[in-house]
Design a protein around this ligand. Structure first.
Ligand SMILES: Cc1ncc(COP(=O)(O)O)c(C=O)c1O
Length: 398
């Protein structure tokens, strides 16, 4: 069909067309690993072998590319496999400059895998201002997560892209925390956008998958070669599920963002009661980079992720997460259900304590992934958990 340009229409229709053989409106799951050929090396259709390409994966890749405004999409078996494949495209001895508070697994890959394969990494808490001093003759790539995980700090992607262009550096933006509904980094000048599809794009906490989207023909050719050569590809079933999840991305993203705004405001109101020390949420007027948020995010929305420092240190954070009734204590994010966790003990436990503290990942930090339940119920749950945590830390609640 001729696609209109609005997001919701593309979410539902991009990469989807009725099956030419049966008319099925929803694509069948193509489980075959191999495809028949008319004569040697002349396949009947466009497919040969499912690691190289597969109908469900193709459809998913087209859909995400359309939502990010990209020419190409490449799906992988996880967000981490996406990161690994992109780094594999750099020659040994290349240097990367990365934001400091990136996802713990990205940090682990950079420091424990990429470095041992000859890549050099520098981390900084202020990418925009520190690139000129960190850049070396062998710097090839800048890695940005905005909002960052878990401190929700914002990087001005357009400004970093300008610096990257001046120095011929590749800019990769991890857009997992917002999804293409709320932010499209390619339009701001990024070269590659990556997602843990496991999060908002799939949205139902039942698929582990990743994707990269981009416009450049040569980078696409190289990454597509590595996608097949390394082979960290998603199954047809996961591609189909993630494509189904993506069709409601615009509805889920808006709902979780609106719910998160209400919760962030309720938490911020508790700074004066002493139960909360700090709230990190891009939708709050008090966010240090709110000006960039209003330019960079759709309608200035803050997204579905919040982190906050709770009174009582690590005990307070643990008590809060054990006291919620709707929020489930679990890692991950971006699903329809609300989750809470303590990054210093869970997702970011692998990062050295002093480095973690420097990046603002304190022991008392709680991270919330806000789902699409009824917003008033979620606010009530957070406030009762806050009361219970405060009582426990103060020894009132035995
Ligand atoms: C921002 C971000 N990027 C990348 C990843 C890695 O994705 P996956 O778990 O799908 O490998 C995660 C996982 O939590 C993440 O939060």
């Amino acid at each position: 069909m001729a696609l209109t340009t609005r997001f919701g229409t593309r979410a539902v229709h991009a990469g989807s067309s009725p099956d030419p053989h049966t008319g099925a409106v929803i694509s069948p799951i193509s489980l075959s690993t191999t495809f028949a050929q008319n004569s040697p090396a002349v396949p009947i259709g466009k497919y040969e072998y499912s690691r190289s390409s597969n109908p469900n994966r193709d459809e998913f890749e087209q859909a995400v590319a359309s939502l990010e405004g990209a020419k190409y999409g490449l799906a992988f078996s996880s967000g981490s496999a996406t990161t690994a494949t992109i780094l594999q495209s750099l020659s040994p001895g290349s240097h990367i400059i990365s934001g400091a508070d990136v996802y713990g697994g990205t940090h682990r890959y950079f420091t424990k895998v990429a470095q041992s394969h000859g890549l050099e990494i520098s981390f900084t808490t202020d990418l925009l201002n520190n690139i000129p001093t960190l850049v070396r003759s062998n710097t090839r790539l800048i890695w940005v997560e905005s909002p960052s995980n878990p401190t929700l700090s914002i990087t001005d992607i357009r400004a970093v892209a300008q610096v990257a262009k001046q120095r011929s550096l590749l800019l990769v933006v991890d857009n997992t925390f917002l999804s293409p509904y709320l932010q499209t980094p390619l339009a701001l000048g990024a070269d590659i956008v990556v997602h843990s599809v496991t999060k908002y794009i799939n949205g139902h906490s039942d698929v582990v998958m990743g994707v990269a989207v981009l416009n450049d023909d040569e980078i696409y050719r190289q990454l597509r070669f590595l996608q097949n050569a390394i082979g960290a590809v998603p199954s047809a079933f996961d591609s189909w599920l993630a494509h189904r999840g993506l069709k409601t991305l615009h509805l889920r993203s808006r709902a979780s963002s609106e719910n998160a705004q209400g919760i962030a405001e309720a938490l911020a109101n508790n700074i004066k009661t002493g139960k909360v020390l700090q709230v990190n949420y891009p939708g709050l007027e008090t966010h240090p980079n709110r000006r960039v948020v209003t330019q960079q995010h759709r309608d200035g929305l803050g997204g579905g992720m919040i982190s906050f420092r709770v009174a009582g240190g690590r005990r307070g954070a643990e008590a809060f997460c054990k006291s919620t009734k709707i929020f489930t204590l679990a890692e991950s994010l971006g699903g329809v259900e609300s989750l809470c966790e303590v990054p210093a003990l869970m997702t970011h436990a692998g990062i050295d304590a002093s480095e973690r503290e420097r990046a603002g990942v304190h022991d008392d930090l709680v991270r919330l992934s806000v789902g699409i339940e009824d917003g008033d119920d979620l606010v009530a749950d957070v406030l009762q958990a806050l009361d219970r945590a405060t009582a426990q830390v103060n020894g009132v609640d035995k």
